[in-house]
Design a protein around this ligand. Structure first.
Ligand code: ZN
Length: 210
């Protein structure tokens, strides 16, 4: 393991501790990755089935394009195809995936083909490239599936057609976001989880008061 990889793993461990404390990666859910090198593409990613609140350096797997050999007992997350798709279609150096209560609720509540647009919130300025609260952030929602090759194809299509999006939601599943560093990706999770919770609570409140 190189010095660079060690540093990235360290930052992802810290990310897991923070997200677990917020209830965004309960019961071994979620997964985190970072780019070690782009050419050839090399990713470090959390192994499958590990507790994200107490990660250790041994619970990460390095993915190389040519070798699919992993240390005994360790498998990369099943969702690795989605991480690869995001890294290949954007300038992302890190991809973070969470399973929060509010992303699950909101994507359940919104019907198929209904669009989710976030507009007018100051917190939108925490998304890279957004300078004003008068910004409309389109949040695409895809149907969940265990066919990750198909989902990766859908991710590629979305990211190619809409290069300015900051995240993708999977229905009744969770959030995928990314950043040009682990720090930026982590900020995007915090901003988006905040905004999605506000949006859900706002609509619940409106229904109650109506
Ligand atoms: Zn997931």
């Amino acid at each position: 393991v190189s010095e660079l990889e060690r540093g990235l793993i360290h930052e992802l461990i810290d990310t897991g501790r923070r997200f677990y404390a917020r209830g965004w990666v309960m019961g071994t859910s979620g997964n985190f990755s970072a780019v070690v090198s782009r050419d050839p593409l090399q990713l470090v990613i959390t192994a499958s089935g590990v507790d994200k609140g107490s990660l250790t350096p041994e619970q990460f797997v390095t993915l190389n394009p040519e070798s699919e050999v992993y240390p005994p007992g360790l498998r990369p997350s099943a969702e690795v195809a989605l991480h690869r798709a995001i890294v290949q279609c954007t300038a992302a150096q890190s991809v973070l995936h969470t399973h929060s209560v509010f992303t699950t609720l909101l994507t359940t509540w919104l019907k198929a083909n209904e669009t989710l647009r976030l507009y007018g919130y100051e917190m939108l300025k925490g998304l890279s490239g957004v300078r004003t609260h008068e910004h409309t952030e389109w949040v695409p929602i895809l149907e969940n599936s265990q066919d990750y090759a198909m989902l990766a194809h859908e991710f590629r299509r979305l990211l190619t057609e809409n290069p300015t999006i900051h995240c993708i939601l999977l229905r009744r599943h969770g959030l995928y976001t990314w950043g040009t560093s682990i720090e930026e990706a982590r900020r995007h999770v915090e901003i988006l989880e905040f905004l999605l919770e506000v949006y859900a609570r706002e609509h619940a409140l409106q229904n109650k008061l109506a």
